[in-house]
Design a protein around this ligand. Sequence first.
Ligand SMILES: [Fe+2]
Length: 223
Amino acid sequence: MPSSNAFLNNLAGNSIDKLVDANGNYIQQTLPYSENFLEPYMDAETLHLHYAFHHGGAVKGANKDLQMIKKALEENNLETIDFWTKKLSYHFSSHILHSIFWTNLTNKANAPKGNLLKRIEKSFGSFDKLKVLIAATSKNVDGNGWGILAYQPYSDSLVVLHCENHEKLTQWGAVPILVIDVWEHAYYLKYKNKRTDFVDALFNIINWDNVALRLNDAEKLIL
Ligand SMILES: [Fe+2]
């Protein structure tokens, strides 16, 4: 199944990834491909553990955080509200980024074109310059985190973000359209301590058609 169709299937009516059910509880979409689809660049065992336990754990955590915030509000317990609000920011941000990450990947190399390419050239000079920037940003994240390409409506431009954990060092309003997971769980089984090799390999499986769809949606969200 082409990943772009899987992306479309994951969309809610308002063009945002469907990450919650009708009751507001967080839900994890099924993977848009089989666990060995991204071999050899991303091995099936890593993908399985990553999707089921790391992403899945974040969804579970976010649902618990939400319940605990409700409980703390009922009990007027300000200290625990503060704690669970921070937890929810961490877990829900993880859920959002992982959900985008799966659809950003495919087993067929392609390249940006059309509006996405124009936007890249306007913001970074060229596609090659963007690749250099997002690769360097991802490789150099302190500890665990993400390299992120986002559409920033306030400046009407594309920006590259250096995100720590799942929620730190963002810009308000920025809509992620390409995310690169550089937590050790994303690569350690296959690439050991060589994060740079993993990031370089990932450029073989980025689905730029999905990035283009996401840019299109992000532009519409602010009109
Ligand atoms: Fe991850």
